[in-house]
Design a binder for this molecule. Structure first.
Ligand code: UTP
Length: 293
């Protein structure tokens, strides 16, 4: 019997070194794209996929991420008093139902795999989603919803995948693929940050996963992989051949907001989707480059 997908883990304990000094006293996941912090996009996407329970893996200096989903009682009262109904509605969208969000600490950033292992009590015996909030996806159907649908079709582990330039395989977790119907690909192997010369493909895992709870047992071995970190990719690779394992070529565009250029591109792409901003943004962009109307 396939268990329904109701839980999501959001690892946010990384150091965010690529965004220093912005991330010296503030989490990378609190950086806004247009007017919403990255973490809020991730929670919204998870809710759209039917997720009801959330676990943030936080570390030192990350409390604002959890507080963002509290009720800001005084602020709400002030906005109500001043008749600022639109601002109030935007604020309301950030409150989750009581008891649905928990956080656990990863005291030291020992790797993404280690971060997920820190959520073992939350995961228990249930399948769970992972969303890395710095991967932001612009799509018709929220990316995690697409993965959840694929999970209901196939069971087992599912990861969102996208093609990367072959010379950049050493930045990503890369798939060795079997059967491929153009949408779902069978995962035959997984390797973290392979050199382009030996990379089995140019299909990379991006920051959306649906995993079976057994992955925690593999993480518990605490084997160090690429970069001396406990890698989620290595633990997932141990499940190949044991449970179904697929990659999903999702519909949508992914922006790597952990990277400065990717983050800036996301600002433009998301602003151009907003009816209140698109005309002004298009207009000023013309001052820099030729942008079609
Ligand atoms: P990144 O590889 O982007 O690392 O982590 P980072 O520390 O956030 O950023 P840079 O590379 O130093 O600029 C991918 C995801 O895994 C989480 C991060 O918070 C991010 O969401 N992570 C990574 C942890 O929670 N713990 C870790 O030990 C490592």
């Amino acid at each position: 019997m396939m268990k329904p997908l109701r839980k999501a883990v959001l690892p946010v304990a990384g150091l965010g070194t690529r965004f220093l000094p912005a991330t010296k006293a503030m989490a990378k996941e609190m950086l806004p794209v247009v007017d919403k912090p990255l973490i809020e996009y991730a929670i919204e996407e998870a809710r759209a996929a039917g997720i009801e329970q959330f676990c943030m893996i936080t570390g030192r200096g990350k409390t604002a991420l959890v507080e963002h989903f509290d009720i800001a009682f005084e602020l709400e009262a002030t906005l109500r008093e001043r008749g600022k109904t639109e601002a109030l509605a935007r604020l309301k969208a950030t409150s989750l139902s009581p008891g649905s969000i928990v956080s656990v600490r990863q005291q030291e950033p020992l790797g993404l795999g280690h971060a997920i292992w820190c959520a073992r009590a939350f995961i228990g015996d249930d399948p769970f989603a992972i969303l890395l909030p710095d991967d932001l996806i612009l799509s018709e159907t929220p990316c995690l919803q697409q993965l959840a649908e694929a999970y209901r079709e196939t069971g087992g582990n599912i990861v969102a995948v996208s093609e990367v330039p072959h010379q950049h395989t050493n930045r990503y977790g890369i798939l060795d693929i079997g059967a491929d119907d153009g949408r779902l690909v069978e995962v035959r192997g997984l390797v973290e940050k392979p050199d382009p010369a030996v990379a089995p493909s140019n299909l990379s895992v991006i920051g959306r996963y649906v995993l079976l709870p057994q992955v925690v047992e593999h993480l518990a071995r605490m084997e160090r992989g690429a970069g001396g970190e406990v890698q989620l990719t290595d633990a997932m690779a141990r499940m190949i051949g044991v449970t179904p394992f697929h990659g999903l070529r999702f519909e949508g565009r992914r922006f790597d907001c952990g990277d400065k250029a990717g983050f800036l591109e996301a600002q433009i792409a998301f602003a151009l989707k907003r009816p209140d901003l698109a005309p002004a943004v298009r207009e000023f962009l013309r001052n820099y480059v030729e942008v079609p109307a």
